[in-house]
Design a protein around this ligand. Structure first.
Ligand SMILES: C[S@@+](CC[C@H](N)C(=O)[O-])C[C@H]1O[C@@H](n2cnc3c(N)ncnc32)[C@H](O)[C@@H]1O
Length: 315
């Protein structure tokens, strides 16, 4: 596993410490299959300077333009955002960023609603419990693998009751499309993946995007890498990862997490673990240990291995 601090097409992973625009300048055209990121929201967090919204959008535009340049013609861009807040007034960032992507000829495929359970308790509006992933493609001919990310059918034993297939299972035995509403816990306090970063991605969120929008050995780029969640989700599925991060302490954590994953010691919340329900608190699953290795079988890794034509929740 070759991890490089600067652009290197022979590496498995590039973790660049510095401004993402400086890394972007070194990456050739059409080099990556997927750009996936969560940019700073201009809220004045410890890792960003709060700016006038117009200026913030100008900077985002520059980064998005360069990201489109390095994107493969069959590639995707996933920009995960929440709200910018100004004197208690919210401005959903997907609304103000959409015209930038549209002006660059990108096509919106989904606006995925990521619903989660933890956050500030608002007193003068409803507490915010979702953010969005804007998924754009560069063309109409794009990579999309549905099978590796299917989720269990709601009624897995449902059968055709008439016609030529009468008596056979009516749903896809591999599971159903996960839809555009994703219920995935955010990484707060006692989440198994929690690090020093105040807003890191849950690995399972990125896994779904990586598995569906790339193939093995493709490059995945994250301009705002934080503590390396995108890199981990990519490497564990035999993709290559490249990204930038301006804060050196986050780069160190990212390196440590990747090293742990190589040694088979990094824990993550598994994708098939049900969201905690206080009414049925015993319905749970243990954390999964990540093992990054050179030759990973990719397809259907998110499914337990069961007999042919059985779903995960079939008996
Ligand atoms: C919302 S966080 C992303 C966290 C990341 N998704 C993770 O899982 O750790 C945004 C990150 O962008 C970094 N950042 C801000 N401006 C940057 C820039 N110009 N270039 C590279 N990184 C930047 C911040 O330090 C912060 O860690």
């Amino acid at each position: 596993m070759k991890i490089s601090p600067k652009f290197d097409p022979t590496a498995n992973c590039v973790l660049f410490e510095g401004d993402c625009l400086n890394l972007l300048k070194q990456i050739p055209d059409k080099f990556v299959k997927l750009v996936v990121t969560s940019p700073p929201y201009n809220l004045g967090k410890e890792y960003e300077t709060r700016r006038d919204l117009k200026k913030y959008l100008e900077i985002q535009k520059e980064i998005i333009e360069e990201s489109v340049r390095i994107l493969d013609d069959k590639g995707s861009i996933c920009w995960q955002v929440g709200n910018y807040v100004e004197n208690g007034k919210i401005i959903p960032l997907d609304i103000v960023l959409y015209p930038i992507f549209e002006s660059l000829g990108l096509q919106l495929r989904n606006r995925i609603v990521w619903h989660f359970g933890h956050g500030l308790h608002a007193s003068k509006r409803f507490s915010g419990r979702y953010e969005v992933v804007m998924w754009f493609t560069k063309s109409n001919d794009y990579t999309f693998n549905l099978d590796p990310i299917r989720v269990p059918q709601k009624y897995p034993q449902k059968k055709h009751f008439k016609g030529p297939n009468k008596g056979e299972l009516s749903g896809n035995p591999l599971g159903k499309n996960p839809s555009d509403i994703w219920d995935i816990p955010n990484v707060k306090s006692n989440h198994i993946e929690k690090t020093i970063h105040p807003c890191q991605f849950p690995i399972e969120l990125i896994e779904r995007l990586v598995l569906s929008m790339t193939n093995e050995n493709d490059w995945v780029f994250d301009p705002f890498m934080g503590v390396g969640s995108t890199a981990i989700a990519s490497l564990m599925h035999n993709r290559k990862a490249i990204g930038a991060e301006i804060m050196s302490e986050y780069i160190s954590v990212a390196k440590d997490r990747i090293k742990k994953a190589i040694k088979g010691e990094l824990q993550m919340r598994p994708m098939d673990r049900p969201v905690y329900d206080p009414v049925i608190p015993t319905k749970s699953a243990p954390p999964k240990t990540i093992k990054i290795k050179k030759t990973n079988a990719v397809q259907n890794q998110l499914f337990e291995k069961k007999g042919k034509y059985k779903t995960r929740n079939s008996k």
